[in-house]
Design a protein around this ligand. Sequence first.
Ligand SMILES: NC(=O)c1ccc[n+]([C@@H]2O[C@H](COP(=O)([O-])OP(=O)(O)OC[C@H]3O[C@@H](n4cnc5c(N)ncnc54)[C@H](OP(=O)(O)O)[C@@H]3O)[C@@H](O)[C@H]2O)c1
Length: 282
Amino acid sequence: MSDSSASRLPASAAPEGPLGVVITGGSRGLGLAMAQRFLAAGDAVVLCARDAERLEVARAELVTATGAGERLHTVACDVADPEAAERLADFAVERLGSIHRWLNNAGTAGRHKRPLVELSAADIAETCTTNLTGSMQLCAAALRRMQAQPAAPEPRYHLFNFGFSGLGAHFSRTSIPHRVSKLGVAELSRQLRRELQASGEQGIGVHELRPGLVRTELLLADLPEQARPIIDRLAEPPEQVADALVPRVRGITGTGRTLQYRSPLATLVRALSAVPTLRRVR
Ligand SMILES: NC(=O)c1ccc[n+]([C@@H]2O[C@H](COP(=O)([O-])OP(=O)(O)OC[C@H]3O[C@@H](n4cnc5c(N)ncnc54)[C@H](OP(=O)(O)O)[C@@H]3O)[C@@H](O)[C@H]2O)c1
């Protein structure tokens, strides 16, 4: 796990106590695994997803695993719906009191991992609105609530987006709407930090969370058969990624961090794939 930092403050410290945490898209995959770790740490968690039945199954799993039913609050919502962000934020304030961490985890790689010309208009729109417009609306709604909470001289409330680096987009074999919307999400974080800094806001941190390759439905759906053996080797189970990331999210300080999980094997493969380029440069 690496932490590239824009500010010189220590990347993490002991969190101030039980936190109020919002995770969008928590009915499966990484969101679900992270929710379990926050609950196990004593935090209160709000989770959302579109499929209400699956969210209920996730809720039952989390309660069985952590015994934290009274600290877990679930609500069905579609983050691509323009009205959803405000409703979710109101629900979070009502249930948590204060929001300390907001994770815009809900995301999609689209229904198909195919060239743009083979994608339907609905698929393109759903990917872009979920990933980019959704994250933007959720950032606005979360910030409005955080700014209404007791002010702090340094970041006390933290927003996390799940964007792509240029390198991530280069290596990804997903569709263009996925890669472009996720590059947009990373730019959203940068622009938001600039805006907050210009307005003198010091109490809110905005960060990127990059989980690497995680063995989830998002990664495995419509995966070309020849890619499976590679993904099987490189992708990590969501539980392992959550184990590494959640303590860092809980203890985050400053603003502009990129919390990144990279398995040892993925690190090695990336290093090896850079060798031909290095040879050319030399
Ligand atoms: N898996 C990877 O290798 C990988 C790599 C880099 C980054 N990421 C990022 O990590 C995040 C989590 O991905 P994952 O792999 O855990 O995906 P996943 O297993 O497909 O889970 C996605 C979650 O988001 C929810 N969701 C999707 N669209 C939604 C919407 N419009 N509104 C509300 N909830 C929605 C899903 O539930 P419903 O379908 O019921 O709504 C589900 O709970 C994403 O932002 C993804 O881009 C993943």
